[in-house]
Design a protein around this ligand. Structure first.
Ligand SMILES: *Cc1c(COP(=O)(O)O)cnc(C)c1O
Length: 262
């Protein structure tokens, strides 16, 4: 267990002496970059939703983030997210789970999340549906698509999307909203752009083959590539480090096997 003093030191190391101020400034800076990217792309600012990603951020700091206006937060590990959701119940935060979900965590996620962005198996869809029916609720979902071809990355392949989405109709408590992707890690801007275009193409194809399926939104773009994603039509950008500072853990921790040495 961390000592309280350790936690304070960790918070100061990552967020400075005035974490609330740091969050407010970072949030405003990201907001400005999004507005500028929208302007360059000839899009209205309101066409892009910013989802702040608070993974690895201690709940004490998440509370401050809510205070400066971040009321929907993205997390990629269910247990961590659930702990934060419990601690902050009174603040009325909406939680979006953006990471791969193990089937044995479906019920836990249904207990607190309002959105799930990493749906990539029908088995999981079935388990989520069961838990949702039992809880008497629905869940907004994004289908994760592997647009980079990286083997260890989660998500269905682009050419599987039509059949996958057609099957989702069997689980009416899942409300399909869009597609989600992670661009190639450590790629060039051109390679990132190609991933975003692949996701766009999948949406266009679904509009023809699965008209009315509800899949309209593209969730793509993170700290390193959200401006390119906006140029390529992102409706949701998921931004962690530009708001909450550099994560103390290597990304291989979140995407096992994707980076050398992880
Ligand atoms: C961590 C994470 C993000 C945010 O990444 P940053 O580099 O911190 O902006 C976005 N999407 C997913 C799925 C993530 O796990």
């Amino acid at each position: 267990m961390d000592q309280p003093g350790d936690l304070e030191a960790q918070i100061r190391a990552r967020f400075g002496d005035d974490p609330e101020r740091t969050l407010r400034d970072n949030f405003a800076a990201v907001e400005e970059r999004i507005a500028a990217a929208c302007a360059r792309a000839g899009r209205s600012r309101s066409s892009v939703r910013l989802l702040p990603v608070s993974k690895t951020v201690p709940v004490e700091v998440v509370r401050l983030a809510v205070g400066v206006g971040m009321t929907t937060l993205g997390e990629n590990k269910v247990q961590k997210a659930q702990g934060k959701a419990k601690a902050l119940t009174s603040l009325g935060v909406s939680w979006s789970v953006i990471g791969h979900l193990q089937t044995n965590k479906a019920k836990a996620m249904v207990s607190f999340a309002s959105e799930f962005q990493a749906l990539d198996s029908l088995r999981l869809a079935g388990l989520l549906h069961e838990s949702l029916v039992a809880a008497g609720r629905t869940l907004d979902v994004f289908v994760q698509v592997n647009t980079s071809g990286e083997e260890s990355k989660y998500g269905i392949m682009p050419d599987e999307a039509d059949a996958f989405v057609a099957e989702l109709g069997r689980f009416p408590s899942l409300k399909p909203k869009g597609l989600m992707t992670l661009a190639i890690l450590k790629g060039t801007p051109e390679q990132e752009r190609a991933c975003f275009r692949r996701l766009q193409a999948v949406r266009a194809r679904l509009a023809k083959s699965q008209g009315g399926c509800g899949i309209d939104l593209l969730s793509m773009g993170m700290t390193g590539d959200f401006e390119i994603a906006i140029e390529e039509g992102a409706d949701v950008v998921r931004v962690g480090q530009a708001i909450f500072g550099k994560r103390p853990t290597a990304d291989g921790h979140f995407w096992p096997g994707l980076l050398p040495g992880t």
